[in-house]
Design a protein around this ligand. Structure first.
Ligand SMILES: *[C@@H]1O[C@H](CO)[C@@H](O)[C@H](O)[C@H]1NC(C)=O
Ligand SMILES: *[C@@H]1O[C@H](CO)[C@@H](O)[C@H](O)[C@H]1NC(C)=O
Length: 297
């Protein structure tokens, strides 16, 4: 174990140092004033409580959004979100990592609103080198509008794991051995936005946004990027070697799902998954994409 994590680490360090430079931060508690830029919405995105809280709103004129100041090349990043309550049909709250551009890498969480009492759909996708189409969707085992819940992305050279309150809901394993690209050499920034997508979001566009309920609000807190490799194209030396600050050997850079986590993942897939591109045989009559062979059962 120790030997193999060590060699993984060495590989990662070589990879990182050949591309550019990366810094591990041992950061204090998060502060949205320090960590993000509000990017659009003309005052509809607000940082509150001295940087502890961020809210996005959507009304008939506009949605709103923010992005992280930092870019990352691998990490284990947490954010707590409380979604638009009540009748949120037609609204979409997106929270994702992206490198942008035509050949972008991207790791997506999107929360599709619903009528009061009907479940949100949590939509996930992974893009590598501009290619996505890898949707998996879930309902949640709680009401995501009643309180804050933690949504996490573990992204390391071997796998991407989407988790909700520490329960993994999806694992996307590096499929390069079957010739499919994997996000590993483009730094990504965090983006989030709340916007109107009633053309398609709720029951495929059948349920429209009820603007009499506007403004719609989603809230964010407890952003944590302590376990991440922060990309810096300006700096010349790689500081990712300070990975030794991680907990006794098993770091997020080579983290995998232990048996308990795999059991939880199985539970989510059985009870809460509502769409999986890897079992949509109508969509792939000629056979599933090669990475589907890596899907954990
Ligand atoms: C909304 O609720 C309906 C009925 O339960 C469900 O089929 C659908 O998946 C939910 N989510 C969306 C985004 O339509
Ligand atoms: C995990 O499961 C495998 C077999 O499925 C077993 O060999 C191994 O001992 C288990 N590990 C732990 C920590 O329980």
């Amino acid at each position: 174990m120790a030997a193999s994590s060590h060699s993984n680490l060495v590989r990662v360090l070589i990879l990182i140092s050949t591309i550019a430079s990366c810094t591990f931060l041992v950061s204090s508690s998060n502060n949205f004033n320090r960590d993000v830029d509000i990017t659009w919405g003309d005052g509809r995105a607000k940082i509150l409580n001295n940087g502890e809280l961020l809210s996005l709103t959507l009304d008939t004129t506009s949605g709103s959004g923010f992005q992280s100041k930092k870019e990352y090349l691998f990490g284990k990043i947490d954010m707590q979100l409380k979604l638009v309550p009540g009748n949120s049909a037609g609204t979409v709250t997106a929270y994702y990592l992206s490198s942008l551009g035509a050949t972008h890498d991207e790791i997506d969480f999107e929360f599709l609103g619903n009528l009061s009492g009907d479940p949100y759909t949590l939509h996930t996708n992974v893009f590598s080198q501009g290619k996505g189409g890898r949707e998996q969707q879930f309902h949640l085992w709680f009401d995501p509008t009643a309180d804050f819940h933690t949504y996490s992305i573990l992204w390391n050279p071997q796998r991407i794991v989407f988790s909700v309150d520490g329960t993994p809901i999806r694992e996307f394993k590096n499929p390069e051995t079957v010739g499919v690209a994997y996000p590993k050499n483009q730094a990504m920034r965090i983006y989030s936005s709340l916007w109107d997508a009633d053309e398609w979001a709720t029951r495929g566009g059948l349920v429209k946004t009820d603007w009499s309920k506007a403004p719609f609000t989603a809230s964010y807190r407890n952003f944590n990027d302590d376990k991440a490799c922060v990309w810096s194209s300006a700096s010349s030396s790689s500081s990712c070697s300070s990975i030794t600050n991680s907990d006794g050997g098993q770091s997020w850079l080579n983290e995998e799902l232990d048996n308990t986590s795999q059991e939880k993942l199985k539970w989510v897939k059985q009870k809460y998954m509502v769409y999986d591109y890897c079992s949509d045989s109508k969509r792939f009559p000629q056979g599933f994409p090669p990475e589907c062979a890596f899907e954990s059962a």
